[in-house]
Design a protein around this ligand. Structure first.
Ligand code: GTP
Ligand code: MG
Length: 326
């Protein structure tokens, strides 16, 4: 076909198209835009709303399924999720904008799509947005330290927020509920709206304004916060859900032996700059086989954990460090 005289402007796209460095880990992190307001508008429970966190996990699972097997792990807490792309992945020719924008938009649309399943009668007031960025990590040390950094952040913020909302009297505790408030044709994933923690509202407790609570917590150690919550407000931080305290890790797991599905993980290619044609063909076959499975079968390829990912000799890295070699 004859090219139009305007064809030359393609060159401008090519000139600004950047690719992610080969043979390095890529982390795409999505983060809710202005979720301080979004949480308020949608009456998120404080300090943690399990519905919101489970919705984030469901959206992350959707992303991992969509780009299987290129994302080996995801870690999420609060309004953010980090997706770890395997070092040797070659999807979309490692084009930065393509990968970052697709992951971000897949996550966002899943968040909206699954919203009613988690928030039941609370309608979305406006469409939420997530920003996305891709960062390169050159080796296992920097990548795993990145994940440790996010989990330490989760711990520090969660401990602070739990103490803060105990002090202000806004602390609410998640109460599991088996009744089904989800719309028809979606599986029940339901939570009681918080009923109120009777101990936190006991009349002999003193509650503080936000400014006073900030002041009281200023300069306090972790031990101080734990003590204050427990002694003055009956909140034992150790009883908080692991999901709140540790965040959520979703890892790629090989198919179980008893599975009826047959999809293999990609082989570790020897060539790291650009896989050979035959390796690319094999990868495409893995993706095709996976895409042909039903969603619930696909979800069996992933394991969701609320666990310590900081300790180097902990259970997590003992069980899953092989993912970093894929
Ligand atoms: P930008 O990301 O810069 O746009 O700002 P942001 O308002 O989203 O703040 P940031 O990402 O730093 O922090 C996330 C915010 O989301 C928290 O500060 C909370 O206000 C809110 N948030 C996230 N998860 C929960 C939750 O489970 N419960 C409640 N109440 N708020 C939450
Ligand atoms: Mg945010």
């Amino acid at each position: 076909m004859a090219k139009s005289k305007y064809e030359y402007v393609r060159e401008f796209e090519a000139a600004t198209d950047s690719r992610l460095l080969p043979d390095s880990y890529v982390v795409v992190r999505v983060d809710g835009q202005c979720f301080h307001r979004f949480a308020k508008e949608h009456q998120f429970l404080k300090p943690n709303d399990k519905r919101a966190l489970d919705l984030m996990n469901k959206s992350a699972l959707h992303v991992m399924r969509t780009f299987y097997p290129n994302i080996i792990m995801a870690y999420g807490q609060s309004d953010e999720y980090s997706f770890i792309i395997r070092r040797l992945a070659y999807f979309f020719n490692r084009r930065t904008a393509k990968i970052t924008s697709l992951i971000t938009s897949a996550f966002t649309s899943a968040f909206v799509f699954y919203w009613p399943r988690f928030f039941c009668s609370i309608p979305l007031k406006y469409p939420p947005s997530f920003d996305g960025r891709a960062v390169l990590y050159p080796n296992e040390r920097t990548l795993t330290d990145y994940l440790r950094w996010r989990q330490v952040d989760c711990h520090i913020n969660n401990l602070y927020n739990t103490a803060f909302y105990a002090l202000t009297g806004e602390y609410t505790r998640y109460v599991p509920d088996t009744s089904n408030c989800s719309p028809s044709n979606s599986p029940p994933t339901t939570y009681n709206l918080f009923l109120g923690d009777p101990s936190a509202k006991a009349p002999n407790r003193t509650f503080y304004s936000h400014a006073e609570a900030t002041q009281r917590l200023s300069g306090s150690s972790s031990a101080d916060k734990n003590e204050l919550m427990f002694t003055d407000y009956g909140v034992n931080y150790n009883d908080e859900l692991q999901q709140f305290r540790k965040g959520t890790a979703i890892v790629l797991t090989p198919p179980q032996a008893d599975t009826t599905t047959k999809v293999d993980l990609p082989e570790t290619p020897a060539v790291v700059i650009k896989p050979s044609k035959s390796a690319l063909k094999r990868s495409a076959k893995v993706e095709e086989d996976f895409a042909a499975l039903a969603i619930d079968q696909q979800e069996r390829f992933f394991t969701t954990l609320h666990t310590d990912i900081i300790r180097e000799d902990g259970d997590f890295w003992t069980a899953y460090s092989h993912l970093l070699k894929l």
